[in-house]
Design a protein around this ligand. Structure first.
Ligand code: NAD
Length: 505
């Protein structure tokens, strides 16, 4: 049997259960599927057929989850870090044991090609192990000395937190946000994206199997405007971590204002990749292709704006066009597929609308620009390259979030910086040059939370991850995550020698 047939057959087996019973919530250690609840169809990106019914959670469901997280918090907070470390490492073992299931379910639910989703469980488990190992030292602080006083700081978990995740790589992102929260000693309520609820339920099952105490992990399915909104308003929830669109970040800020929520936002991007004529041409070409066409272009750090120096523009775009036209679009479970279907019909229509917008604005569609109806009733789009664009066009300003690249030429370093920074976003940037001085100047001048020189997006868990401008607030990774999920208390102790002010003597 080919590995494609094996994948399809095995995926069918794992997906059966979602077709047979409605996907509900996981609240206070119990799977909850309220019999009278409103439900919706979770549609497959591959053929737009139902993968099963999902409960559209109500405010009452979210309230129950937040109360469970609140009740479970004191015991979880007080559990020694060494014990949390053991539990969370066990969690990682269980993720790895279900790696094939996670990869196949995730690929089928969100349309990402299996060649990339094979790593989902391994990366998710790595997120858990990394933060598990840090749990015992998460409360550590600083000692700050004065002549007659000594200060020291303590960190304690902030309380129950809300984790709101998107549909693009739902499993990996959920583990990335939840692992540090639990390692800190926070309890969580997870609100997965309504378009991709399946792998979140696998995670909830693993939470149960791993032996997390009831209420430490809660998952509520449903829509952003109802349960997501309630999560960000709920008085028991001390902080909300969102990965999603910039507009959703604004909503959550407003919704959380009355309860003064601490927020951490990882939002959209229109990230530039800047290729100078002194760069390693072939490596730059590989990275440019990889960083927009992998993961269907549905990736926050995708380099969706190519800024290429005019002296090599013609040669670079010729080579790029050939590569884009050669990309293999197809069923996400086919190991040969490089670009799969987009997550949902609505998103597919949004991405397709930019094909007309590009032409109206006067750009050239150098490759792609069409739907791939020949692949069936799924949300397939040809990988697309727009050239002859300028930075004022909507295709250069708006996050398309599909396998669509907009290229713009530039002459000088100053012009490249001005173009790179002329955007509302500031998540990531990629610089390709063999001139180390230029690399250092660009690293300083380009406005982005993360910048890679001569590399595609390289993951390093201790490094800070996050954006500036409309791309986000706050940083994840290493100790940055603990700063978000924990409160710092300063304790000031007098040595008994200083003069206390005397009043009313
Ligand atoms: P989205 O903002 O539409 O949805 C994200 C989550 O927010 C979903 O769970 C949704 O139900 C919820 N939500 C929506 N409205 C809400 C509200 N009013 N209150 C509370 N919750 C609400 O985003 P999406 O379309 O699912 O994901 C794609 C977006 O995510 C893109 O903009 C992408 O760039 C961004 N993203 C950013 C990063 C990053 O690290 N910066 C990573 C991945 C994705």
């Amino acid at each position: 049997m080919s590995s494609f047939s094996h994948n399809k057959e095995t995926a069918e087996h794992y997906l059966q259960r979602f077709l047979q019973s409605t996907t509900g919530h996981f609240i206070n250690g119990q799977m909850v599927a309220n019999g009278n609840a409103e439900t919706y169809d979770n549609l497959s990106p591959i053929n737009n057929e139902s993968l099963g019914r999902v409960v559209a959670g109500r405010v009452e469901d979210m309230d129950a989850a937040c109360t469970a997280a609140e009740d479970a918090f004191p015991a979880w907070r007080d559990m020694p870090g060494q014990e949390r470390k053991k539990l969370l490492n066990h969690f990682a073992d269980l993720i790895e044991a279900r790696a094939e299931e996670i990869a196949l379910v995730e690929s089928s639910d969100c349309g990402q090609a299996i060649r990339f989703m094979k790593q989902a469980a391994i990366r998710g488990a790595a997120n858990f192990r990394f933060f598990a190992d840090k749990a015992p030292e998460a409360q550590n602080g600083l000692a700050l000395h004065q002549a007659e006083h000594t200060n020291y700081t303590l960190r304690s978990p902030i309380g129950p937190v809300g984790i709101i995740t998107p549909w693009n790589t739902p499993f990996m992102l959920a583990t990335w946000k939840i692992a540090p929260a639990l390692a800190s000693g926070c309890t969580i309520v997870h609100k997965p994206a309504e378009l991709t609820p399946l792998s979140a339920m696998l995670l909830a099952e693993i939470a149960h199997e791993a032996g997390l105490p009831d209420g430490v992990w809660n998952t509520v399915n449903g829509f952003g405007e109802t349960v997501g909104k309630r999560l960000s308003e709920h008085p028991a929830i001390r902080a909300v971590a969102l990965v999603g669109e910039s507009a959703t970040g604004s909503h959550i800020m407003r919704q959380g204002a009355d309860t003064l929520k601490r927020v951490h936002f990882e939002l959209g991007g229109k990230n530039p990749v800047i290729v100078f004529d002194d760069a390693d041409f072939d490596r730059a070409l590989d990275a440019v292709v990889f960083m927009i066409y992998s993961l269907n272009g549905q990736r926050c750090t995708s380099s969706s704006r190519l800024l290429v120096q005019n002296s090599i523009k013609a040669r670079f775009l010729d080579a790029l066009e050939a590569r884009v036209k050669h990309l293999t679009v197809g069923h996400p479970l086919d190991p040969n597929t490089e670009v799969g279907p987009l997550v949902h019909k609505g998103h597919y229509e949004k991405v397709m609308s930019y094909m007309d917008i590009a032409k109206e604005d006067g750009a050239t569609v150098r490759a792609g620009g069409t739907a791939r109806k020949d692949l069936g009733n799924g949300n397939y789009v040809s990988p697309t390259l727009f050239t002859e664009a300028n930075n004022q066009m909507r295709i250069a300003r708006e996050e398309i979030f599909g396998p669509v690249l907009t290229s713009i030429g530039f002459d000088t370093e100053e012009e490249a910086i001005a173009l790179a920074n002329d955007t509302d976003y500031g998540l990531s940037a990629y610089i390709w040059t063999n001139n180390s001085g230029r690399a250092m100047r660009m690293a300083r001048a380009v406005e982005a939370g993360m910048l890679w020189v001569n590399s595609e997006n390289n993951r390093n868990l201790p490094s800070p991850f996050g954006g500036i401008k409309m791309s986000g607030i706050g940083r994840d990774g290493g100790d940055y995550s603990f700063d978000f999920y924990m409160e710092t208390k300063n304790v000031c102790i007098a040595h008994g020698t200083h003069t206390v002010p005397v009043l009313g003597a």
